[in-house]
Design a protein around this ligand. Structure first.
Ligand SMILES: [Fe+2]
Ligand SMILES: [Fe+2]
Length: 230
């Protein structure tokens, strides 16, 4: 059950319930959010776990390498979005255990981001030029779902992770047969996303209305469609 702080406005973010927000707390939180954005977008984010990639050079044919690079660019952009979403949500989480769970998941998402970036480099490809835009939009969505309260924020997280898991299943089938490294990375990511979604539900995440889920799928399709090419 969420307390009175559930209905608190933006500036009550990340504060103990009913504690008055201080200016230094606000400045600290915004600086941390800005630091997270810069690390994500600059490629400075580092992984805590070693990449699950195999010891291969990737697809033998140039055409297949191009397909792998495009798919991994999409997944890298997806992880940029995940960093932004979690950052916005953690900023506004009410319950300390919810914030801790968001930060734990965000740490695994940082691994995903670093693994995808690393794999993009191996395939001789660059990240999407639109990543800053996607980060900004996803951060806004994270703040909006955080504002709605922990139950909705966790429900949004669980639905996002379900959709990402489904998307990764699709990419595992689309990857060229001899791209063992990208496949190993996506398989580990899919398993992690499944756990993140389950954790969101276990903490009390609400089931989102069908139109919201449909809107999320459309936004995700726009992201994956553009990141494949740009
Ligand atoms: Fe992820
Ligand atoms: Fe996740």
């Amino acid at each position: 059950m969420e307390g009175a702080a559930s209905a608190a406005p933006f500036f009550f973010f990340a504060m103990p319930e009913r504690a008055p927000p201080s200016l230094s707390h606000l400045v600290d939180a915004l600086l941390i959010a800005a630091d997270e954005a810069l690390r994500s977008l600059s490629g400075a984010a580092t992984a805590a776990r070693p990449s699950p990639r195999a010891a291969d050079d990737g697809p033998a044919s140039p055409e297949d390498r191009t397909v792998s690079a495009r798919l991994m660019r999409v997944n890298h952009t997806g992880e940029i979005c995940a960093q932004a979403l979690y950052s916005g949500q953690a900023l506004l989480a009410r319950r300390p255990e919810v914030r801790a769970a968001l930060q734990r998941a965000a740490s695994e998402e940082r691994d995903h981001l670093a693994w995808c970036r690393d794999r993009l480099g191996q395939l001789g490809a660059r990240a999407s030029l639109l990543d800053p835009l996607w980060y900004a939009g996803s951060f806004g969505m994270g703040l909006a779902s955080g504002l709605a309260g922990d139950r909705w924020s966790l429900g949004f997280l669980a639905e996002t992770e379900d959709q990402v898991e489904h998307h990764l299943e699709g990419h595992l089938h689309r990857l060229p047969a001899d791209d063992r490294s990208s496949r190993a990375i996506l398989a580990q990511m899919r398993d992690d996303e499944g756990r993140h979604g389950a954790a969101g539900r276990a903490l009390g995440g609400a089931e989102l209305p069908a139109p919201v889920k449909a809107a999320m799928r459309i936004a995700s399709r726009v992201m994956t469609g553009t990141a494949y090419w740009v």
